[in-house]
Design a protein. Structure first.
Length: 188
């Protein structure tokens, strides 16, 4: 037995699917044409060098041969790490670090009254000390190559509740054997 309602449902379903397929085809053709136009624009535009490609070369030329610096990191457990970094172009050899007694000692509780009120350098009976652990076996550091960081564990004594400025002298030899040095202040 033939049912006319079933035929109409199949017909409308087929026409609906055909309509969806035609709309999808039109969208695909429009996207294809748009991509083609974008490709033609890219091909027709003049080739220019990017400023960002030239910048590292200029920066490379401006960097000094050897540039050593020290950062101090003190964690919540009062453990101190000194990091010596070389951001210059060449390696630093026979690197030494000398840390002297503090030139300024500030009481952290007195900082709210200003630096003058917090400065306890003159009245401090016991001076804090910053020492590199096992320094005899670590120094001189044979070589710190360009772009590298050398971490050194250190001990900070008699400094609870204080901020100290330690003068330091960083010395090294360049690749030609010429001795160089840099004076720093390490604030811990």
């Amino acid at each position: 037995m033939w049912n006319a309602g079933s035929y109409n449902n199949n017909y409308y379903c087929g026409v609906g699917l055909l309509g969806i397929a035609v709309v999808a085809l039109l969208i695909a053709v429009m996207a294809w044409r748009r991509a083609g136009r974008a490709l033609k624009l890219i091909e027709s535009s003049p080739v220019t060098e990017s400023y960002h490609e030239e910048e590292p070369a200029q920066e490379h030329e401006l960097r000094p041969a050897i540039l050593l610096d020290i950062t101090v990191d003190k964690n919540e457990f009062d453990q101190v790490t000194l990091s010596i970094s070389n951001t210059g172009l060449l390696s630093a050899r026979k690197v030494n670090l000398y840390i002297d007694k503090p030139i300024n000692i500030f009481d952290t509780e007195g900082l709210s009254g200003g630096l003058e009120a917090a400065n306890v350098t003159a009245s401090s009976a016991i001076l804090p000390r910053l020492a590199i652990l096992d320094a005899d076996n670590k120094f001189p550091i044979n070589e710190i190559i360009s772009g590298k960081v050398f971490d050194l564990p250190a001990a900070l004594t008699m400094s609870h509740g204080k901020i100290c400025d330690f003068p330091a002298l960083l010395s090294w030899e360049d690749e030609n054997g010429v001795a160089q040095q840099k004076k720093l202040t390490l604030t811990v």
